[in-house]
Structure formats: structure tokens, C-alpha cells
Ligand binder design. Structure first.
Ligand code: NAG
Ligand code: NAG
Ligand code: NAG
Ligand code: NAG
Ligand code: NAG
Length: 594
């Protein structure tokens, strides 16, 4: 099995001639000369965490493990125990993952689970001659109910291949940092890499400014039930086609008064660049060998007992080998080290779920091809004052998915358009010791995608826009609003690849000129207060490629992360090229231009 897999990999990497329509693709850049003599640090630019301004009450290394030839073996698993020196409750808990690798190896997907509930979906960086390292920090306070337990395993899956060609072993250390609201433990000055030394006031402002992005998970849930696979190959379900609809039966406590599902998704294989796939008619007409087809529309959906309860067009995360690996050094693509997850408020469905019976929670990918890794965590809040609450689902407005497609091509040139719009609305009431509360959950999104080819297919332009809006409103039986949370997301993407003949008169050598600009902007509303995050990346460059190895090239990436709420503003702008940050500016005052 694994020999066959290696053989396949060999074929894929070294013998398939490149047809223009198969770009974007993933590449390895191991043959490049070293630019620096020290190991390279990679990073993903993101918001600071509120806890970055505090000193942890305790820090516990959970595991240290080397992922060598882990393909086809079960994931790494270790027993987890909460810290005895700083027991719950915690104001914050942070997962800190550090990775080191030397030797050749390219982007791998990885997941970290606690008791089968996913805490982090991440991927790895591309190699350099002198080795690489990076760290990922994620606030995991929302998983507090699991983090307090003594009976769970912490599991990490990172499928890696080590052989004569790929020699890189990933050395991973995972540490949890626990924070208590205990001011006495906090020295009056805290050093922060972005801000230097912080005084008490600045620190308090920092914590306040970055708090409140927890959305639906504040306060954190009483129980978290994984909706995941058995775990012998990682807890994710592997979805290979539209026909795959994995599901899991779950019985939920009869005193649950609130339920939120958190979906983790990543896309690989022929769907790694799903937003750039042409329709099958284009591939067939031109006798292309690529299997990256099925058009450029994908939607991940969630069902309960076979009925639709939510869906999302996921953010197009580009991994470190994607499109042009020179773009993603040392700053990786948005979400590559900490993939976004997607939230669905299922409270309106409690009327169907509180009967004490098992219900099946399932997933699928509309028009998906191999392969997608999907699983979810079901967060539940229970009424401690009663053993049973009453609930009813009153409105179930199935999404009206409107989808329009336009296809216009002649041989290798032409363009393909998809426009999709989905709106869903669910309403239900729950009567618990908190009163009779009605929850309205609405989820809408719009996707526009155009893939076009010119110059005999050698020039490819992808433009995609996704806007989604989800809103939760809770009101009491006097029709007074008691809670209101909304998240608006916008994810524009423009991608250009232009394939040109290589300079070397060598077979399979070609030049790729590439441009990618994408963004993840989010606007959170909680009651009357808004927080806006705008994360934008703009990369351009070229590379000379032999099969899938980068021989030479140059690239430049600009990224800015801007954040604003009532407590202040933050802006970090970087310019990266040749594996270095050429410029890195952080401003924490509110500028007029922002
Ligand atoms: C935890 O992992 C060990 C092996 O590492 C296994 O024997 C044990 O059954 C696991 N426990 C749970 C609760 O999954
Ligand atoms: C594709 O293959 C068929 C059958 O071999 C052939 O008739 C057709 O001309 C080919 N099309 C192109 C665009 O090469
Ligand atoms: C809860 O409120 C809803 C809407 O106001 C109402 O229709 C329902 O009968 C109430 N349920 C109970 C048990 O009072
Ligand atoms: C990439 O973007 C730059 C700047 O917008 C532009 O000059 C260049 O032509 C683009 N490259 C391609 C292949 O379109
Ligand atoms: C950082 O600030 C300097 C000086 O104001 C400016 O020249 C540079 O363009 C800025 N860099 C970025 C990436 O915005």
C-alpha cells in the first residue's frame, strides 16, 4: 500500500508533463541555493491574543514528538491532565505549537484533537537548506470544559513520508498556557514583541481591545461532543466525492439550552485549488489529463438526521507550496498555520434533539472531489437547575440556493462563471430556568467566481468573491432582545498564473509568472459593539520550474492586518521577499487613513 503510494507520488512529482490548466499547483523549492546560513523562521501574521498582554499562571508542555515516516500509521496520542498548580477556571488558555524541521519536506496537513474534539488545524512550511522553524499560537479558552478533564487523550495527526528524497522530520512541541484572573501574579511590566515594555494601563487596554472575538463561545460551553471519525487515521472524516456523507450518531443531554457547531475543514488533492477548477467539459474537449475539474463551486454543509442545518463556502487557504512557494516565505498564506473554522448556531433545532434519542450529525461537500478533511465540535450549554428543558423548532426555512453558471470556451481559451446565493433562516424557542428564549439564526452567503483562460490556456485568471453573513438573535417571551451576535465575512481572491517557455532548453522546464491577492475581512457585532479585522495579502513574482521543483525565481508579498474596535486600532504591515521580512511596521493608534 505505502509502496504503491510512494510510486504514485513519484509519478505525480516527476513525470507528469505540466499542462497549463493544472496550474495553480503545489511546488517544492528545495533546489534553490540557501540565502541565509541560519534556519529560517516562518510566521503567520494575525491578531495578537488578549492573553499576549498577560503572564500565564502556569505553562505545561503537553508533548514533544518527532513526526517521521508517519504515513499510514495511527496518529500520535498522549494522555492529557489539567495543571494541578493552577486549576480551572481560567480566563484564557492558549495552545502554543512549535515546529522544527531539517531536510527536504513539503507542505503537510495536521490536526490536534483533545478527546476527539479538534483544537487546531494547521499545515507545515517548505524546507530550506539550513532548516526551518515556526510557532502557532491559538486561544483555546472555548474548550475549557475538555481542558478540565482527566480522562482524555491529546492527539496529533501529521502524515509525513520519510525516504531517500524526503528526509525532513517534523519535531513538534505542544505547550498549553493557562491564565487566571489573578492580578497579583502579574508583574507590572510585561514585555511584548510587538509593543516593547507595557505598563499596567497599556496592558489592560490591550486585553480589553482583543477580547470579545470569542463570538458564540463566550462563556465557554459546558460540554463539547466531537462529531468526528474513530481516530485511527486522525479524527477527521475524509470526503472523496459528492456522494460521501459521513455522519455520527449523538445523544445530547435533555437539559441543553444552547448548541453551537464548530466546523473544521481543509481541502486537498484535486480540490486543493477548488476555486480555480474548470468544468469537466473543458477538460474533456481539450483531452487534458488533469483531474482537477468539476468547476469552481464548493459548499460544505452540515445535516442533522439528513436535514440541512447549515453550509459555508470555505475560505481559500493557500498552503506553503501553493501557486508559488516563494510567496509564502517567511510569511505564510492567511490561515495556513491556523485554518479558520465555521460556526453554526443549532439552538433553533433543539426542539428535535432533546428527545433523549440518538441523532445523526453529518457532513458533505457539494460538487466536491477528492479530498476534503472535515469534522466538527458540538458545543452544548446545559441548564444546571433542571434535568429537562422544553424546546420547539418553529421556523425551518431551507436554504434557497440559487446558482447560475455560464460557460463559454473554444478549445483552451474561454471563461467560466458561477454565481451562487444561499439564504437560510431557523427559529426555535427553548424554555429553561433562564426563561422562554427564542433564537433566530440566519445564514446567508453569496459567491461569485470566474475562471478564464487566454493564450491557448497558458494565461489563467481566477477571480472569486465570497460574502457571508451569519446572525444570531435571542429574545425573551416579551419580545425583548437579550442577545445579538453577528459575523460578516468577506473573502475576495484574485489569482493569475501565466505559463511561459523556460529559458533552459530542457524538457519540462517552464516559467510561471504568478500573482495572488486575497483577504479575510470580518466584522463582529456583539450587542452594540463592533470589531473589524481586515487581513490582506498581495503577492507577485515568477519562478522557473522543472516538473514541480522551483529552480529559481523572485517574489514579493505585502500583508497588512488591521483591527479596530471601540477600544482602539492596530495595524501591522509587512513586506517580505527572499525569505526575509524587509519591512515590518506596527501602529497601535487610530490613523485617519484606516
Ligand atoms: C489514549 O491513548 C492510549 C495510547 O496512547 C490508549 O491506549 C488509550 O486507550 C487512549 N485513551 C482514550 C481515552 O482514548
Ligand atoms: C481529443 O481526442 C479526440 C479523439 O482522439 C480527437 O478526435 C480530438 O481532436 C482531440 N481534441 C483535441 C482538442 O485535441
Ligand atoms: C415560548 O415562547 C414562544 C414564542 O413566544 C411561544 O410560542 C411558546 O408557547 C412558549 N413556550 C412555552 C412553553 O411557554
Ligand atoms: C501581476 O500584477 C502586476 C501588478 O498589478 C502586473 O503588472 C502584472 O502584469 C501581473 N502579472 C500577470 C501575469 O498578470
Ligand atoms: C513602514 O514604514 C516606513 C516608514 O514610514 C515605510 O517607508 C514603509 O513602506 C512601511 N512598510 C510597510 C510594509 O508598510
Amino acid at each position: 500500500m505505502s509502496v504503491f503510494f510512494l510510486f504514485l507520488l513519484f509519478i505525480l512529482l516527476f513525470t507528469v508533463p505540466v499542462s497549463p490548466s493544472s496550474s495553480p499547483d503545489r511546488y517544492t523549492k528545495s533546489l534553490l541555493q540557501p540565502i541565509q546560513r541560519r534556519p529560517r523562521e516562518y510566521l503567520e501574521l494575525a491578531n495578537p491574543l488578549p492573553s499576549d498582554f498577560l503572564v500565564p499562571s502556569c505553562t505545561h508542555q503537553i508533548f514533544r514528538y518527532s513526526f517521521a515516516n508517519t504515513i499510514n500509521s495511527p496518529p500520535f496520542s498522549t494522555h492529557y491532565t489539567p495543571p494541578f498548580d493552577c486549576p480551572a477556571p481560567w480566563s484564557h488558555v492558549v495552545l502554543d505549537l512549535r515546529a522544527k524541521c531539517r531536510g527536504e519536506q513539503y507542505d503537510r496537513i495536521a490536526g490536534v484533537w483533545l478527546g476527539g474534539a479538534e483544537l487546531l488545524r494547521t499545515s507545515t512550511a517548505e524546507p530550506t537548506q539550513c532548516g526551518i522553524f515556526w510557532k502557532v499560537r491559538k486561544d483555546i479558552t472555548r474548550y475549557s470544559s475538555l481542558l478540565q478533564r482527566y480522562d482524555l487523550n491529546l492527539t496529533m495527526m501529521l502524515e509525513n513520508i520519510v525516504n531517500n528524497i524526503y528526509t525532513g522530520v517534523y519535531h513538534i512541541t505542544v505547550t498549553f498556557l493557562y491564565y487566571k484572573d489573578n492580578a497579583a501574579k502579574v508583574p507590572s511590566l510585561v514585555s511584548d514583541p510587538n509593543f516593547g515594555l507595557l505598563r499596567d494601563k497599556q496592558r489592560a487596554d490591550g486585553v480589553r481591545m482583543w477580547q470579545g472575538l470569542g463570538g458564540l463561545y463566550e462563556p465557554s460551553a459546558d460540554f463539547i461532543i466531537p462529531i468526528s471519525d474513530r481516530g485511527d487515521k486522525g479524527f477527521w472524516f475524509r470526503i472523496e466525492s459528492e456522494l460521501d456523507s459521513p455522519s455520527k450518531g449523538i445523544r445530547i443531554p435533555r437539559n441543553t439550552y444552547r448548541a453551537v457547531l464548530e466546523l473544521y475543514v481543509s481541502f486537498h488533492g484535486n480540490d486543493e485549488f477548488w476555486y480555480s477548477n474548470p468544468p469537466n467539459s473543458y477538460i474533456k474537449t481539450n483531452n487534458l489529463t488533469t483531474e482537477r475539474g468539476n468547476g469552481a463551486y464548493r459548499e460544505v454543509y452540515v445535516t442533522i438526521d439528513g436535514k440541512f442545518v447549515g453550509s459555508e463556502a470555505p475560505f481559500p487557504v493557500v498552503f506553503t507550496g501553493g501557486v508559488n512557494p516563494l510567496f509564502w516565505e517567511p510569511v505564510v498564506g492567511i490561515g495556513a498555520f491556523n485554518l479558520p473554522s465555521y460556526d453554526f448556531d443549532l439552538t433553533p433545532f433543539l426542539g428535535r434533539l432533546l428527545d433523549g434519542k440518538i441523532h445523526r450529525f453529518g457532513f458533505g461537500v457539494t460538487e466536491g472531489i477528492a479530498y476534503w478533511l472535515v469534522n466538527a465540535n458540538l458545543h452544548l450549554w446545559v441548564d444546571r437547575k433542571s434535568s429537562k428543558v422544553h424546546a420547539r423548532s418553529v421556523v425551518y426555512n431551507k436554504p434557497r440556493l440559487k446558482i447560475k453558471r455560464q460557460s463559454d470556451f473554444k478549445l483552451l481559451d474561454g471563461s467560466f462563471k458561477v454565481e451562487a446565493e444561499s439564504r437560510a433562516l431557523f427559529v426555535g424557542w427553548v424554555k429553561s430556568s433562564f426563561g422562554n428564549l427564542t433564537t433566530v439564526f440566519s445564514q446567508n452567503y453569496r459567491l461569485k467566481n470566474v475562471v478564464s483562460f487566454k493564450n491557448n490556456g497558458a494565461y489563467k485568471l481566477v477571480k472569486q468573491k465570497v460574502r457571508s453573513n451569519r446572525e444570531v438573535r435571542v429574545s425573551n417571551d416579551r419580545d425583548q432582545s437579550v442577545a445579538h451576535v453577528s459575523v460578516k465575512r468577506g473573502c475576495p481572491l484574485t489569482l493569475i498564473t501565466s505559463t511561459q517557455p523556460g529559458r533552459k532548453k530542457k524538457k519540462n522546464t517552464y516559467l510561471l509568472v504568478t500573482n495572488v491577492s486575497h483577504a479575510l475581512s470580518e466584522r463582529y457585532m456583539q450587542g452594540n459593539s463592533a470589531s473589524v479585522v481586515n487581513n490582506m495579502q498581495d503577492s507577485r513574482g515568477w519562478m522557473e520550474v522543472e516538473d514541480h521543483s522551483v529552480l529559481s525565481g523572485a517574489a514579493i508579498t505585502r500583508q497588512s492586518v488591521a483591527y479596530r474596535n471601540v477600544f482602539g486600532c492596530y495595524l501591522r504591515a509587512v513586506l517580505a521577499s527572499k525569505g526575509r521580512l524587509i519591512s515590518d511596521n506596527t501602529t497601535s493608534g487610530c490613523l485617519s487613513s484606516f
